[in-house]
Design a protein around this ligand. Sequence first.
Ligand SMILES: [Zn+2]
Length: 253
Amino acid sequence: MASSKWDGFDCLGFDLETSGVDVWGDRIVTAALVAIWDDGRKRHLTSYVVDPGIDIPEGAAAIHGYTRDRAIREATHADPSQALFEISGRLATAMGRGIPIVGANLSYDLTLLETENRRLEVPTLVDRMGGHTKIQPVVDVMVLDKHVDPYRKGGRKLEQLCTTYGVKLDDAHNAGADALAACLLWPAIMRKHASKFPGMTLPALHQSQVGWKRKQMDGLREYFDKKGTEHDGCCGEWPLHRACAPALVGGAR
Ligand SMILES: [Zn+2]
């Protein structure tokens, strides 16, 4: 499957670095889209730096290296909404051609992008595709990894997945490097666990992940509840969060 050709490239890696972890309120700071073709040998990276319009908390800046001043200085577009328009346009074009969007924990990136699109009144992916169920095909290496190897010890961050599957990650939390790593992890996971994906088409793989993610988050919630650990609800919606949107973001549906 990963070797089929769709209009020149095989998949579009996507990653955001942001001001924090709240998909309903945090802002995009950097974004990367990596088109991959020729079995991963050919790559084209498009990078974005966006002025988030708010201060970037120190903790977040320490992870990706962007303070607000740096984001303003290095902004790739004078107007953040232009960057969002381009990013969403490229993602929508790929999906419209059946080219999968590939990333790690994509319900985070895609939901935050949609929140930003609404805030800046840019056409959303849902608008562009004609409904939230049309946000596909999407491939989330975090969902795949947990599905094929649910009990592995040692953490499931992108760095740890790269070690597990022998993928090189040069610069973790650089959006371009993370997006590329996800694109290389996808075929690596499927090769190592080929028997878990018998004859699966891309649309079937997308649909399967919807169910796998729900099950994974249900399991996590039960585990937290049993241990008495506080949690945020462990919403299993994928590839977009909608029902768990706070009332203020009612437009999320
Ligand atoms: Zn949700």
